[in-house]
Design a protein around this ligand. Structure first.
Ligand code: GLU
Length: 303
């Protein structure tokens, strides 16, 4: 497979859609990003990386980090986590409060904000410093120190963070948050603020294509746990458009409101695409189109 020429063809094909959609507006520091940016990278299981466009440009990873905190919480603490968070699509926006009340403070899945707060809370208990643990892991997996916290984004999220605070306090009232809510929120906002390029994200996510093996060949997750994370990405990773994403792309994927999407071809490669214009559900318009083109051109999907 000539990944480089596939990427170049995709960039040409999706060019008319780059700039469509709107960058996330509810986090002020993200609203000012140029929607005309587009980058895409592929890392194969051997660690070779291919890219096109702005593939080396760092961007705000946002909810993509939820995949990595989930992997770390499972790696450190095992299956207990699933008593506190479910594995079903929510069918509601990522920051919705409604289900939490009638489902007794147990979030539907680890990729909506409520679920991610529970996962970060667990990682905080297990490690004492969830956001630092995450950053170090990302740096190790992509083999460089470029992944970093973005103070402006973290502060912007904290200032605009009433809804996440509400989610955390609400779950705490059901006993589903173990740490003080302000400490948890700090770790969550730092986690979301991490900036990385498509190249580094594709490299860092390779354990999902390598059935749980890290870049240094040590085991992070069992084969079965890696399968489980990929499955939850497929069913819940792209907000309340996961059905449409599975239909169009046919790969496990996780998006973030910074306009990035990470996708996995188990056993073969990981992909990361970035373009800040979002559709109504919060997924990158050109990003979904590019992944759709990838599976159509290559026939590489899980189906
Ligand atoms: N930091 C964002 C929030 O908590 C993450 C949202 C996202 O990328 O889905 O609202």
């Amino acid at each position: 497979m000539n990944y480089q020429s596939v990427l170049e063809r995709i960039a040409e094909d999706v060019a008319p859609q780059v700039g469509h959609g709107t960058p996330a507006e509810y986090i002020p520091a993200l609203a000012s990003v140029d929607p005309h940016r587009f980058g895409m990278a592929i890392a194969d299981v051997d660690g070779n990386v291919y890219g096109v466009g702005d593939w080396r440009q760092p961007f705000s990873t946002q909810s993509i980090t939820k995949v990595f905190t989930l992997a770390l919480a499972l790696a450190h603490g095992g299956d207990d986590l699933w008593e506190r968070v479910g594995r079903e699509p929510s069918g509601n926006p990522f920051n919705s409060l409604v289900q939490l009340e009638y489902e007794s403070g147990i979030p539907r899945n680890p990729f909506i904000n409520a679920g991610a707060l529970v996962v970060t809370d667990r990682l905080l208990t297990l490690t004492g410093d969830a956001s630092r643990e995450l950053l170090e892991f990302l740096r190790q997996e992509c083999g460089n120190d470029r992944p970093s916290f973005d103070t402006e984004v973290a502060e912007s999220e904290s200032a605009a963070g009433s809804r996440n605070a509400a989610l955390a306090h609400f779950m705490a009232s059901y006993g589903n948050i173990a740490n003080p809510v302000p400490t948890l929120l700090d770790h969550y906002f730092w986690q979301c603020s991490i900036e990385m390029s498509c190249a580094d994200l594709a490299l860092a996510a390779r354990f999902l294509a390598r059935h749980g093996l890290r870049a240094d060949d040590s085991r992070l997750l069992s084969r079965s746990e890696a399968k489980q994370i990929n499955a939850v990405m497929l069913t819940c990773g792209t907000y309340d458009a996961a059905g449409e994403f599975a239909y169009r792309v046919g790969l496990p994927g996780k998006s973030g409101v910074g306009g990035g999407i990470v996708a996995v071809v188990p056993g073969r490669c990981t992909l990361c695409v970035w373009s800040p214009g979002l559709d109504e559900q919060g997924n990158s318009v050109a990003g979904v189109a590019a992944l759709d083109r990838f599976t159509t051109l290559t026939g590489l999907s899980v189906f």
